[in-house]
Design a binder for this molecule. Sequence first.
Ligand SMILES: [Zn+2]
Length: 293
Amino acid sequence: MTQFSLSWGSFKDFISKLNKLAHNIKFKVEWKVDGKIAFLDILVTRCSDQLSFTVYRKPIHTGSYLDFFSYHQDKIIYSVATGLFMRALGICSPQHLDTELYLVHLQLSELGYPDWFLSKALSKAILSFYKNHNTTNKYIWDNKCITLSYNEYINTASKLLPKDQIKFTFNYPNSLFKKVVNVHKRTKVNKNPGVYKIPCQDCEDVYWGQTGRDLNTRIKEHKNSVKYAQENSAVFLHTYQKDHRIDWDNSAILFKSHCSFRRKIVESSFIKHFPNLNICIYIILPPAYVLIC
Ligand SMILES: [Zn+2]
């Protein structure tokens, strides 16, 4: 039997070859620090010839879980606590378990979770963790499932109904998250080249532009210019200097044309005659050109 050894140079070659297999998959190397290395949400510690495990949290972790007084159904609040306790039970080695449970207790206490509630959630988590997972479903739904917007009165009423006949589930259409972040909303599909507008949400100024590509691509570039503070971008300068917000949702193509000459004339005309936040000076055109368009 021969002993296998790999030099640092060979190892780098190996990683390099690995990363050439598929252009969209990149492997990276992580080294243990103080005998510890993180894998997903597990922190693995090597001590002599043994490994121990505990929950890994990124340095940017803030402990921002659902607040206890958030307007949610009781079982959702419970699931936050039981979920974290279950994770501790599932991951931690015995020597780390008490510390992790204490940490979860501490973080949730800061979010208003009372001690009695956390004790109950921990008991529930322990029972769930050690119970036989081969049990059948708790509820018999019989295909009767009703989904409603959460309301504490409906929640109370639902508890009075026989669970084996009707199952209530709740959704939360008015959550702050849904009002602030709409992950499903997409920029309007607009594949036409032309002259477009990007209005400001806080004043009457509009950015007028023209593109030979589709509007969505151009809007994405404008958004990036704001995100990365590109000082040659009129849109960014307007948001930065006036502290205004851009009304991206109302961006639109106003004049469709595949002819760049026509687009530039119309763009110049818009810039000249309407309030704008453009930084370029509009092109002064002979009236005859304007009439052509
Ligand atoms: Zn503005």
